[in-house]
Design a protein around this ligand. Structure first.
Ligand code: 26M
Length: 801
């Protein structure tokens, strides 16, 4: 009997292709002849959105009907990066999309390049929030992210001969296909006697390989209608419009964190604005499910991402007491059972403290509540620790002195049931230093949850050739269970596998070389060692130490030493008000200008400063890194997450015993990590004896030569003054202990050079880095938050609509 002919299978990408054509007409109102690349990008995004909406709607239905316990992640920053490719990978539609584009005479790559990235964050803290959103969805946890819909994200950086220049990031200028406005969910917030309305804009966050799509809810500021109405009646129309514009500036721009940020009234206004909207939204959800307000803490766990949302402690108290009629003691138990706080830095200059006058002006009721919390807190302390007024002063929520201030970190600690640091060392130092007194009062409140990164964006999306090799070698489970990378270990000595590994790495390096050529005009050799430091520019991260090392290398090459070819790549933004960080960029740019055209280098040294480091650029850089520079002063980098992204993609680390470097080294093995530098304990001991850089420098001829060369104007067209502030600082106070670590850094860099010359061994070490990095998945971090802090369980979502 003849078998029936199967129904013809539609060619790959057919459904997406049809949806794209439909959107070109119905959303972009164009025919193919007029469509721009951007139109096509929008159409593809809308076509993908149509598909993911099913998951999104089903997820909301499931969470609502099952009255699930929900984690809310409050963060002033979400550094999301582009959505399209990530959503395609989560839906398993990457190849279909590529086929659909091809059918239209386009490439998926050009579509992806069109997407502006939502850069709603400064660096590590904002990117962590984004990785966490994605992991919460992948683990099927009921969760909501709450933040601010800044109209302008982190500034765009351009690099000129004088270093960094900033311009605005109008990421919404051409619309945003990934968000849905929810005007029905908007809330009033009273700030400085004026009401501002927050309107919800929702973005779906897809889980990988599951039907869950959680919500990121960002608040946009709007003046209330009644507002201009009153003035209009009084005949002052123009003033009314100006007022309206003023309240809408609340969500205009993300602050680039810099030293001058403190005391900015707009910044404090932004904080109460998004925190109050978010808490009011939670009360609305509670009410809609018929749950009494006294059950708030059973419905919601609220995680504070640093102190930016710490005002939530006072605002939740205010809403419970003033709006919902709860008594103080009940309100306080609910608040402390709800809130937990993550600290992300030990740097004193980054600890938020708001002047009392400003606070009083903007948030008088919340200040009153803070005073009451403090009075009750100090009262219990007086009883527990009699006769210790200094202890009480150190613990108080109010910093005394001529300019009294509210200490936001203290408010967060007092109002939380759990406080965590972001790597083991950081969490230990929190307990021993910053919060030592609090740890005496509440020893069980403090814990550690080491950071992680999402393997979807940072491996599957960023490095498709590596992902394909992994799928082939160990199966596809690694993407949801990153520990599975362990299965690679036996392959680290398999010659055939190492050859394929090498091939994957070469592809990534060629791709980055092309980007470098495009963005800087410099040709680099993809077979050279790619030595990379990308992160915010800050003295504690010590980009200037890496720069000194490059000058030393330049001197050694000029003196005829034989060193293997290196391409040293820097990237990162400096806060616009941070002069020293900008000067460091200027130095690197000056070095690049001279070194890259010096024939004596003979192709053995290139220096690159890649402008405008971002999530998008990171996706091109991380896969191509041979050597990951993680060289912060021990005890200063809370965790670091770029270190994880690089190691996961097969880079070897040169690093100090700081942040998560310590845990990376523990896992990859000390043979596969280039360690150098003083430990945090050793530095503390040195500090006690009084540190001075001169003795270190005097015994170091090469370092002196490098500093002299910079001081001579060699990298600044003869200008001997330009780098004086930087060099004088290094030679006098050297607050970040560059001179104390420089010699050992050089020793470790020499070891890197020798290791690089044995290509087979380097490849093996590279494989072992990837194989042993599974712990650093943000899935593992989030599992810990869910189990140990939030007590939130997964709720699988089934396709129902
Ligand atoms: C302060 C003054 C001048 C310039 C910058 C600052 C500043 C430094 C750190 C402001 C805020 C800071 O902390 C927030 C932050 O981004 N912390 C980072 O959080 C990441 C996620 O946990 C960690 O991986 C990083 O180590 C940590 O620096």
């Amino acid at each position: 009997m003849a078998s029936p002919t199967p129904a013809p299978c539609p060619p790959k990408g057919q459904a997406l292709l049809e949806a794209m054509r439909r959107h070109l007409f119905s959303s972009q109102a164009k025919s193919a002849s007029l469509a721009t690349i951007h139109d096509h990008y929008v159409c593809l995004s809308l076509a993908v959105r149509d598909i993911l909406l099913t998951s999104w709607v089903d997820t909301a239905d499931t969470y609502t009907s099952q009255h699930v316990r929900t984690a809310t992640y409050m963060s002033a920053e979400f550094l999301l990066g582009p959505h399209l490719e990530n959503n395609l990978v989560s839906l398993g539609l990457r190849e279909e999309a590529a086929a659909a584009c091809e059918a239209l005479g386009l490439t998926l790559e050009e579509m992806l390049a069109e997407e502006p990235e939502p850069g709603l964050g400064n660096g590590g803290l904002g990117r962590l929030a984004a990785c966490f959103q994605e992991s919460m969805a992948t683990l099927e946890l009921p969760a909501i992210g709450y933040g601010i819909r800044y109209e302008f994200g982190i500034f765009r950086q351009q690099i000129g001969p004088n270093g960094q220049m900033e311009s605005t990031d109008p990421w919404l200028a051409r619309g945003n296909p990934w968000e849905v406005i929810r005007p029905e969910w908007s809330y009033p917030v009273l700030i400085g006697g004026q009401t501002v309305i927050g309107v919800a804009y929702d973005t779906p966050i897809l889980g990988y390989g599951v039907h869950t799509a959680n919500t990121l809810r960002l608040w946009s500021a709007q003046a209330p209608d009644a507002f201009d109405f009153a003035s209009f009646n009084a005949g002052d129309y123009t003033r009314a419009v100006l007022h309206k514009v003023q309240s809408e500036t609340l969500s205009k721009v993300l602050y680039p964190n810099d030293e001058l940020e403190q005391g900015k009234r707009l910044r404090l206004s932004q904080q109460i604005f998004f925190v109050s909207c978010s808490l009011q939204d939670m009360f609305r959800i509670l009410g809609s499910q018929g749950i009494p307000v006294t059950e708030f803490h059973r419905k919601f766990a609220v995680q504070l991402n640093d102190t930016h949302p710490a005002i939530a402690v006072a605002e939740l108290m205010r809403l419970l007491i003033d709006v919902h009629g709860v008594d103080w003691d009940t309100a306080w138990s609910i608040t402390t059972a709800t809130i937990s706080y993550t600290n992300h830095t030990l740097l004193p200059e980054a600890l938020e403290a708001w002047g009392l006058e400003l606070f009083q002006q903007l948030l008088p009721r919340q200040l009153q509540i803070i005073f009451e919390i403090n009075a009750r807190f100090l009262r219990t302390l007086r009883i527990r620790f009699p006769g210790q007024p200094e202890l009480l002063e150190r613990l108080s929520l109010i910093e005394e002195g001529p300019h009294r201030k509210v200490r936001m970190a203290h408010l967060a600690v007092v109002g939380s049931h759990t406080v965590n640091g972001v790597a083991e060392l950081h969490s230990r130092l929190l307990k021993e230093n910053l919060f030592a007194d609090f740890a005496r009062v509440w020893p069980d409140r403090f814990t550690n949850i080491t950071n992680g990164v999402t393997p979807r964006r940072w491996l599957a999306v960023a490095n498709p050739p590596l992902a394909a090799l992994l799928n082939d070698a160990i199966g596809t489970d690694w993407c949801r269970h990153l520990d599975q990378l362990r299965k690679l270990e036996p392959l680290a000595t398999d010659a055939g596998f190492l050859e394929r590994w090498q091939g994957v790495r070469e592809q990534a390096k060629e791709r980055l070389a092309a980007t470098i050529r495009q963005d800087t005009g410099v040709l680099v050799d993809p077979s050279s060692l790619f030595d990379v430091q990308v992160k915010r520019i800050h003295e504690y991260k010590r980009q200037h130490m890496a720069a000194l090392q490059v000058v030393e290398r330049y001197l050694r090459l000029r003196a005829g030493e034989d060193l293997p070819p290196r391409t040293v790549i820097f990237g990162g933004k400096a806060a616009p008000g941070y002069a020293m960080a900008k000067l460091i960029i200027r130095l690197i740019v000056g070095m690049a200008e001279i070194i890259n055209i010096d024939p004596a280098m003979d192709g053995r040294l290139r220096v690159i400063f890649l402008p405008n480091f971002s999530v998008k650029l990171g996706q091109k850089i991380y896969p191509a890194v041979d050597l990951s520079e993680q060289i912060s002063t021990a005890g200063m980098e809370a965790s670091g997450t770029g270190n994880m992204k690089m190691s996961l993609n097969g880079a070897l680390t040169i690093g100090t015993l700081d942040g998560a470097n310590i845990e990376i080294r523990e896992r990859v093995g000390d043979d596969n990590f280039f360690l150098f530098g003083h430990t945090a304990e050793q530095l503390a001991a040195i500090n006690r004896n009084g540190y001075h850089p001169m003795p270190w420098l005097e015994n170091d001829a090469l370092a002196k030569e490098a500093i002299d060369l910079i001081g001579s104007g060699h990298f600044s067209e003869g200008d001997r003054d330009l780098f004086h502030p930087l060099l004088a600082n290094l030679c006098s106070s050297d607050p970040f202990r560059v001179m104390a670590d420089l010699g050992d850094y050089r020793r470790a860099q020499n070891e890197v050079d020798s290791a690089w010359c044995d290509a087979g061994r380097w490849s093996m070490m590279s494989v072992l880095n990837t194989a042993r990095c599974g712990f650093f998945s943000s899935d593992r971090s989030i599992q810990e938050y869910a189990d140990r802090i939030w007590k939130v369980a997964p709720v699988p979502v089934n396709a129902c609509s």
